[in-house]
Design a protein around this ligand. Sequence first.
Ligand code: TYM
Length: 341
Amino acid sequence: MIKCSLKKEIMNTIRNRVLAGMRPTGRLHLGNYLGAAKGMLALQDDPDFDTLFTVVDIHATTTPYDQKTLKASARDVFIDYLSVGLDPEKSAITIQSDLSDLITQLSFYLSSVMSVARMQHLPTFKEKVKQHPDNVTMALLNYPLLMAADILIYKASKVPVGIDQEPHLEIAREVARKMNERFGTDFPEPTRFATVGEYVPSLLGGGKMSKSVEGSSIELDDNLDTIISKLKKAPTDSGRGNKVPVEGGVANLLQFVKLFEGEDSRKHYEILYTSSGIRYGDLKKQLAEAIFAELKPIQEKRVELEKNPEYIDKMIALGAKKSRAIAEKTVEEVKKKMGLG
Ligand code: TYM
């Protein structure tokens, strides 16, 4: 209770604000959980920080999507946020489009200081162009500026995200610097808050766990049987050798062991690898149980939350109200500084 009212007081200053978001492009997976949600939770529980979180549904429209299901998907991710332990009383949690008037407006103003060439050279943009060659739109090019607007609209200085988001944060810093130089605004240059799971590998042996790569992920709502069968498919080797692999399927499995069973367990398997050998059947079973033990309370909380849709509606509205008050102030300030207000 004390912490809650303290946080409300801090809300009125611009010190140490945190903003993080996730796209509603499917249910959350372990990458989202370890790379982002864990950091969001740590900062929510830190009295030095004011935390604002959002489900970025407008970002989802920058790649091919289904407009019939987007609203429900955004609500699903909002419920996932609450299920993992984000607390709408301690943090301001929004669905981005509830503030579309302010965020897209700021994003447009920010675009006035960034060159087209800079945006086109971004590795994340080039990746998306490869993935969706028929969808190279202005919205896609503007994606990082919409993300910068999400952050800068609250003058947030810390952003708990996975390492894959670093190029986007670089843009947010650059745009903050340029706006401050050109118009005299006071945007902080936001930095990433990293977790131990800042890069969660794919189950397939290469690349990162991702919603867009079939079979690469474990979802937060997977049951024990599903986790076991997904891990069964993860590539391994003979279990024995002179040197523990540093990349590929075995390295990834050992990374999961570290994340869910701790560094000591990983060391234990590393020793086995160079001595009597690892029995992957046992490793995978134990790992699946450790993963499920962490997911079970999240799944139980979700079942409870789903029984109370009115509460969810209320919390979505509360988040929008809290965030709007801050966002309106920033947009007014920027308009004035740009000679528009
Ligand atoms: P998105 O929706 O792709 O992912 C949501 C969060 O999950 C993290 N993540 C991972 N972390 C570690 N290992 C992985 N395999 C993994 N996969 C996903 C992402 O780094 C991210 O933190 N552009 C953002 C959404 C966004 C945003 C923002 C984030 C829009 N506006 C403002 C922070 C602040 C994105 O596409 O995340």
